[in-house]
Design a protein. Structure first.
Length: 319
């Protein structure tokens, strides 16, 4: 096999499947309003993005943990064992909602989306004997192009795996851990001052509150897309790309959250490999961003070309 196809969500959108993050937002409005409200309330995004869904996975790193902890402290009541446990229970419940719950709901959304019958005219020429890396959770390649399952590397899993899919941000979780400042009393403090100091410090650290903060911090690891580990665990696949002469990137923007995979592919394929990269014709900014990424990847303009999936569909010779 000398060809590799890298398939992104734009490929499914081209075929008329409602798999965008905005479509997911609409799905949540009727299927999980609690999750939608939590995403809107406790996540922030840059003004450039305009909304949470533009770069949804990247924005999963933007949990406003202080606001969430403030909300969770409302459940704290130290007048009874039940009250003391309520905050911990609600914290665990919320963490599950924003991690396993999110992945499970996203899988259900994809399973629903992929049931749609696609228009044959949307299909594009594809070599079924090639190798494939699919960033999508759908079965589009197998169902509509009859690509053998063993030819496809579903790099983030497939929707039928439900909570087992990989959906998340690429920011190092260590960056979100609060630094603990070890306070100590002054060396010449009297016994009375020391007693007051220790009493004050004990008031500043509530074990239940500290556990809540610690659990919320675990979110950033649970929602982390560990690209380095994924590459290492699938090193045999990437090492087997040494014979690739042609790479076709269909519907993938090579965004920050997935760029490590593309870098790995570049390092494994032939140095004179030719790249064909699709872009959305109505978004010229996307083309410029891809060109910037290609420069970062040290892929010379002589080795790549831009294409539109809408143009390729007219070249299809078989169903």
């Amino acid at each position: 096999m000398s060809k590799l196809y890298i398939i992104g969500n734009g490929f499914d959108l081209h075929h008329g499947l409602s798999t965008s993050y905005t479509d997911f937002e609409h799905h949540l409005k009727t299927h999980n309003i609690q999750l939608l409200d939590s995403l809107n309330k406790y996540y922030f995004f840059s003004q450039i993005d305009q909304n949470l869904w533009t770069k949804f996975e990247e924005n999963l790193a933007n949990l406003d943990k202080d606001a969430l902890v403030d909300y969770l402290t409302e459940y704290f009541d130290d007048t009874s064992d039940r009250g003391r446990n309520a905050m911990g229970i609600e914290t665990e419940t919320y963490l599950k909602l924003l991690t396993k719950g999110l992945r499970g709901e996203f899988s259900e959304f994809i399973l629903k989306a992929e049931t749609r019958i696609i228009d044959r005219i949307k299909k594009v020429p594809i070599d079924i004997d090639a190798k494939f890396i699919s960033f999508n959770y759908t079965n589009t390649l197998e169902k509509h192009y009859l690509i053998p399952h063993e030819n496809i590397f579903y790099i983030h899993g497939i929707a039928k795996e439900k909570e087992g899919i990989i959906l998340g941000h690429s920011t190092d979780p260590e960056l979100f851990i609060d630094e603990k400042i070890e306070a100590t009393p002054t060396k010449d403090a009297s016994e009375e001052v020391l007693e007051q100091w220790y009493e004050y410090m004990s008031d500043q650290h509530n074990p239940i509150y500290d556990d809540c903060v610690s659990t919320v911090n675990k979110y950033f690891l649970s929602s982390f897309k560990d690209t380095k580990n994924i590459i290492e665990e699938n090193s045999l696949f990437f090492d087997d790309l040494s014979d690739i002469k042609y790479v076709f990137i269909y519907g993938h923007s090579m965004s920050k959250v997935d760029i490590a995979y593309i870098e790995e592919v570049v390092s494994k394929v032939k140095s004179d490999c030719h790249w064909s990269i699709s872009y959305y014709s109505e978004n010229e900014n996307e083309k410029e961003e891809i060109e910037f990424t290609l420069k970062h990847l040290n892929i010379s303009p002589e080795f790549y070309q831009f294409i539109k999936l809408t143009d390729l569909q007219h070249l299809k010779t078989t169903d």
